[in-house]
Design a protein around this ligand. Structure first.
Ligand code: C5P
Length: 219
């Protein structure tokens, strides 16, 4: 049995960074499930698919030609042979991702692909429904949150250091809209699994969160 650690929670709570650090420390595989939804969104935009054409979007998700290439501590993500690591991180793609993620057939199409990441010696799975739907039997499930204000502040800092600009209020509005869509959708809504450990990172630094999860893993 391959051990799986699931890390779910709203966008901007630090799941991505924390999951990557823990996977590195343990030498485990990493599933960035949000990237799969973002890739589906990007492919749909590229091929001009209508965002309400569920059948076409599901086929798009199922036939996604994607490669995760590990190179010096980073993972390069390729779609149809092209490096899209930066392209999938824009707010626009994130918003389209959260729209296509509300379609049950798209989620179904990505299910096997996500489970295929499970391999020895272990897997850290980062997303919204890792503990509730994709890996319901995972022995350790973490639900990582932070206040919307703090998540907006972190996103703002990230954008500024990337030389981009956005107002804190517009980011806060986007974060709240995305939370609402992720939590209120009919399929796989964002919520902690019944057996998840809740962690609030509002006033915790990344290394503290990592340490806390490592302590849970070895307990
Ligand atoms: O985590 P990230 O911001 O990359 O995810 C983009 C979008 O994909 C989320 O807003 C969410 O709607 C969707 N998603 C999902 N289930 C997952 C991961 C992401 O619905 N397991």
């Amino acid at each position: 049995e391959v051990p799986v650690l699931t890390v779910d929670g709203p966008g901007g709570a630090g799941k991505g960074t924390v999951s990557r650090l823990i996977a590195e420390r343990l030498g485990w595989h990493l599933l960035d499930s949000g990237a799969l939804y973002r890739l589906t969104a990007l492919a749909a935009l590229k091929h001009g698919l209508a965002l309400d054409d569920e059948a076409a979007l599901a086929t798009c998700a199922e036939t996604l030609d994607v490669r995760f290439v590990a190179c010096d501590g980073e993972t390069r993500i390729e779609l149809e042979g092209r490096d899209v690591s930066g392209d999938i991180r824009t707010e626009e793609v994130g918003n389209v991702a959260s729209q296509v993620a509300s379609l049950p057939r798209v989620r179904d199409a990505l299910l096997t692909r996500q489970r295929d990441f499970r391999d020895m010696p272990g897997l850290v799975a980062d997303g919204r429904d890792m503990g509730t739907v994709v890996f319901p039997h995972a022995p350790l499930k973490v639900y990582l949150t932070a206040s919307a204000e703090e998540r907006a502040r972190r996103r703002h800092e990230q954008l500024l250091s990337a030389g981009r600009d956005a107002t804190l209020t517009s980011l806060l509005d986007e974060i709240k809209a995305r939370d609402a869509r992720d939590m209120q959708r009919a399929v796989a809504p964002l919520k902690p699994a019944d057996d998840a450990v809740l962690l609030d990172s509002t006033s915790l630094a990344i290394p503290d969160v990592v340490e806390c999860i490592e302590r849970l893993l070895s307990a």
